[in-house]
Design a binder for this molecule. Structure first.
Ligand SMILES: Nc1nc2c(ncn2[C@@H]2O[C@H](COP(=O)(O)OP(=O)(O)OP(=O)(O)O)[C@@H](O)[C@H]2O)c(=O)[nH]1
Ligand SMILES: C[S@@+](CC[C@H](N)C(=O)[O-])C[C@H]1O[C@@H](n2cnc3c(N)ncnc32)[C@H](O)[C@@H]1O
Ligand code: SF4
Ligand code: SF4
Length: 358
């Protein structure tokens, strides 16, 4: 496995299959690229099926053993099942989606090899859901969750971004997941780095403190050192948590917190490299000055660009951003010496074809 100079091995890749989406969530960072485009926007910039598969085959040679397909909305592409079926067997395959296109497709995705799915659901309240997603597809998302469960994808993780508009719904969502076997909840701290609006952020430590009071067991995940809180379900017989800490998931609900903002520990435990829909390697969600094009996406080109990307990755908080007088500022080292192939190599907005019909 390749590692960067901070000892962080790269064991996973996150592949953005498209920057198009049928929602327009107010907070969306589009996997670090900024605004998404509408569902009907031109797609000729997107990596082809063969490009994605070739990329995965090459990184599997380096010991990368998991892939997350995301976007934009990955299921706007109709070749996802084919890509998954052609993904090297050594890789665990998961998908992050808004869920609307899972009905009718979830079983095929499972047959192809999808092992886990995360579905974004920011509220149980229809009106709030509409305000946040700027789409009236609440029922379609619920149907998507049902489709994933019916296809055997339990536990399904519900992704909820915690910010000003949704923070009040956290207890209700936790209760919902604790009452429903087959669901897990992931509370994601609102990230303003790409999306802007720092005023929308809420204090995630308060959510941690509240969950610690509710939880029967707390564990830490190796990835990002994330905390997971287990809450025993009401009315179950027997112990949900054994004396040795083993959890019986049929008897306890799980809530995981993703809290990357200004969190050095999170970044120190970051083991994934990203790929944009256009075939650029991206060493960090929050940076677009270190994008490296894989060009024609030949095996040799992918190999070299992957090596270079890993070698140049640095933790965002603690290295790229450092604290000075209580403020986070860009480490001068990265201003003076921008990485090769960085932002200049990435198409500007002007070079990206305009949206057509949305
Ligand atoms: N800053 C930062 N945010 C991340 C990182 N990984 C995940 N996130 C945030 O968490 C969101 C949800 O992540 P998902 O795509 O559902 O996947 P995940 O939770 O990271 O992965 P699994 O738990 O393995 O399914 C991302 O879109 C980001 O907002 C990371 O490495 N850095
Ligand atoms: C960019 S979306 C792509 C996949 C899919 N369209 C979806 O919504 O699940 C991936 C995840 O990023 C989360 N996300 C987007 N912008 C965010 C932000 N500014 N802060 C925290 N999480 C964000 C979303 O809630 C979603 O769970
Ligand atoms: S559904 Fe996902 S990609 Fe689409 S706007 Fe919402 S967070 Fe962004
Ligand atoms: S270095 Fe930090 S901010 Fe960048 S992707 Fe990794 S965890 Fe996220």
């Amino acid at each position: 496995m390749l590692a960067d100079e901070f000892g962080r091995e790269v064991s996973g890749v996150r592949v953005s299959l498209t920057d198009r989406c049928n929602f327009d969530c107010v907070y969306c960072h589009n996997e670090g690229l900024g605004d998404t485009r509408g569902p009907m926007a031109p797609r000729e910039h997107e990596m082809s099926t063969d490009d994605v598969v070739r990329f995965l085959e090459v990184v599997a040679e380096f010991g990368v053993d998991s892939v997350k397909f995301t976007g934009g909305e990955p299921l706007l592409r109709d070749d996802v099942a084919e890509i998954v079926a052609r993904t090297p067997e050594t890789m665990e395959v998961s998908l992050t989606t808004n869920g609307t296109m899972l009905p009718g497709r979830a079983a095929d995705l499972v047959d192809a090899g999808v092992e886990r799915v995360n579905i974004s659901q920011d509220a149980l309240d229809r009106e709030t859901f509409k305000q946040v997603t700027q789409a009236g597809a609440y029922d379609a998302v619920m149907d998507g969750v049902d489709a994933a469960l019916s296809a055997g994808l339990a536990p399904v993780k519900l992704n909820m971004v915690v910010f000003e508009q949704t923070a009040g719904y956290v207890p209700e969502m936790v209760e919902h997941v604790a009452a429903n076997e087959g669901l897990r909840l992931q509370l994601i701290e609102y990230m303003p780095e790409i999306a802007g609006h720092p005023e929308w952020a809420v204090d995630i430590d308060r959510v941690h403190d509240w969950l610690a009071e509710q939880a029967d067991h707390v564990e830490r995940r190796e990835m990002h050192d994330r905390k997971r809180y287990w809450i025993a379900r009401d009315g179950v017989d027997g112990d949900a948590i054994a004396d040795d800490g083993a959890v019986d998931e049929s008897k306890a609900g799980m809530v995981e917190i993703v809290d990357p903002v200004e969190n050095r520990t999170f970044c120190a435990n970051c083991h994934r490299v990203r790929v944009t829909h256009e075939g650029y390697l991206k060493g960090c969600l929050n940076r677009n000055d270190d994008l490296r094009p894989m060009g024609e996406m030949t095996r040799a080109g992918i190999r070299e660009t992957f090596r270079e990307t890993v070698a140049n990755r640095v933790p965002y908080y603690g290295e790229y951003m450092i604290e000075e007088d209580g403020e986070w500022v860009v480490n001068e080292r990265y201003l003076d010496d921008p990485p090769a192939g960085g932002a200049d190599a990435y198409p500007t907005v002007d070079e990206t074809p305009a949206e057509t019909d949305d």
